[in-house]
Ligand binder design. Structure first.
Ligand SMILES: C[S@@+](CC[C@H](N)C(=O)[O-])C[C@H]1O[C@@H](n2cnc3c(N)ncnc32)[C@H](O)[C@@H]1O
Length: 267
């Protein structure tokens, strides 16, 4: 087992896996998150096929379909890591073809340099206690990316007023609260994320914002409907329609996540 520099972070996710995941498995919301991420990944990676891919946490795969279906369609080999053994176990049970490993994304000691052609890190790196951990994780992901490979990273967008307020009201040392069911850590604005990736030797190819739907409102609405119902389908369509917010100049404030696709140059 690879343990993280701060054991309390891992302990929090182990407790979440043991007690809290059922409450977070909201089928309509999960389907929306999965479809949204697949859509931007499909668009940004442009139909490319990958020999080996890595997903940096297995939360989505533990509570729903996650991105495994898309990743396995575009990659010969798909590996997923998570710091929590409970989340790893639940993801492995749902997705028998997924290669899983308990590991800390800040310290990929079992992963050699130049291992992956695609790395997908959707909102894993914004859950760390220490401010210095995010750049450390970016540098680990850059190291394990093969030359020519691409890294897709999303982080909570601190320019979104809801994220801004939540991060002010729930400090890292407070852990989870009624505003967030789980631990929220430090994040970076899009420009700073791009700058850090460039400093790691990667070339930033695409940047943007995603999830423009008013998140808290729709997250709760999703609890009230079943995924297979007419209301569930209508809600899903409405949430996808909100992504038109990405065409507006206000996108840097409405997007819940900032996203970057960066390539490791061929030496
Ligand atoms: C709240 S989930 C959110 C991520 C999810 N992909 C999403 O988009 O909603 C955070 C996940 O990151 C995992 N995690 C937290 N710290 C980690 C670390 N240092 N290394 C790997 N996984 C970590 C947690 O166990 C959890 O599964």
């Amino acid at each position: 087992m690879t343990s993280g520099p701060k054991q309390s972070g891992q302990q929090h996710w182990e407790e979440m896996a043991a007690t809290g995941l059922t409450d977070l498995s909201i089928p309509v919301w999960r389907r929306f998150c999965d479809e949204l991420h697949q859509s931007i990944l499909r668009d940004w990676t442009g139909g490319r096929h990958f020999a080996s891919s890595l997903k940096t946490d297995l939360f989505d795969e533990a509570v729903g379909e996650g991105l495994f279906g898309w990743l396995s369609a575009v990659s010969d080999r798909v590996e997923g890591i998570d710091v929590s053994s409970g989340i790893v176990a639940q993801a492995a049970q749902r997705h028998p073809g997924l290669i899983v490993r308990q590991a800390d994304v800040r310290r990929l000691t079992d992963h050699p340099t130049d291992s992956f052609d695609l790395i997908v890190s959707n909102s894993t790196l914004d859950h760390f206690e220490g401010k210095q951990d995010l750049p450390v994780a970016l540098s680990e992901l850059s190291r394990t990316l093969r030359p020519g490979g691409v890294l897709f990273v999303t982080l909570d967008n601190p320019r979104n007023p809801v994220v801004f307020l939540r991060n002010r009201l729930t400090r890292p040392w407070m852990g989870s609260s009624t505003l967030t069911p789980y631990f929220m850590g430090h994040t970076l604005p899009l420009a700073e994320l791009s700058r850090r990736l460039t400093a790691c030797g990667l070339q930033v190819e695409r940047t943007g914002y995603l999830m423009h739907v008013p998140r808290l409102l729709f997250l709760h609405a999703c609890r009230l409907v079943s995924a297979d119902s007419w209301a569930g389908s209508a809600l899903l369509r409405t949430m996808h329609a909100c992504e038109w917010g990405n065409c507006l100049p206000t996108r840097c404030w409405t997007g819940h996540f900032s996203a970057v696709l960066a390539r490791k140059p061929i030496r």
